[in-house]
Design a protein around this ligand. Structure first.
Ligand code: RB5
Length: 150
């Protein structure tokens, strides 16, 4: 599975640390930037670029990190087919996959690295439940997106 990861300056240092941990665990990680710590960079640029990549590579997952995870999730969810969950604890990491079949998570760079790694690990190793009612709800989102293609 390809794992795309991106951050703005608010998540840059955590991104660099997490890439090393993920690679050590054998994940194929693709760094979508930022490539330097530049306080003038903007989270929508990274969130939109990563979201498009994940849509082009349907078996992949995405990880976004900014100061809070909020801006990244708002921006990435503008891409049709993206289900980006802003995750702040282990249960949310798990339910984002089980219930929402999230293909991207957005994290806060203010949280400790070990906590973020644990959220990512859960996100990458938990399967969608496939329950009929969860599939039905996701299908309604997809139907809306298909009617409002742009
Ligand atoms: C950048 O200053 C900050 O706004 C960003 O990292 C993020 O927290 C936005 O939601």
């Amino acid at each position: 599975m390809n794992v795309y990861i991106a951050s703005d300056h608010g998540g840059y240092q955590k991104k660099q640390q997490l890439i090393i941990q993920l690679q050590q665990q054998g994940y194929h990680v693709i760094d979508m930037g930022a490539t330097t710590l530049l306080p003038t960079d903007d989270y929508p640029d990274y969130a939109l670029t990563l979201g498009k990549k994940v849509i082009q590579d349907p078996t992949s997952r995405g990880i976004l990190i900014c100061g809070t995870g909020i801006g990244m999730s708002i921006a990435c969810n503008k891409i049709n087919g993206i289900r980006c969950a802003k995750v702040g604890d282990e249960q949310e990491a798990s339910l984002a996959r089980l219930h929402n079949d999230a293909n991207v998570i957005a994290l806060s760079g203010r949280k400790p690295e070990e906590q973020l790694y644990r959220f990512i690990e859960i996100f990458l190793t938990t399967d969608f439940s496939m329950a009929e009612w969860h599939q039905r709800r996701i299908a309604k989102i997809r139907a809306y997106e298909e009617q409002h293609e742009y």
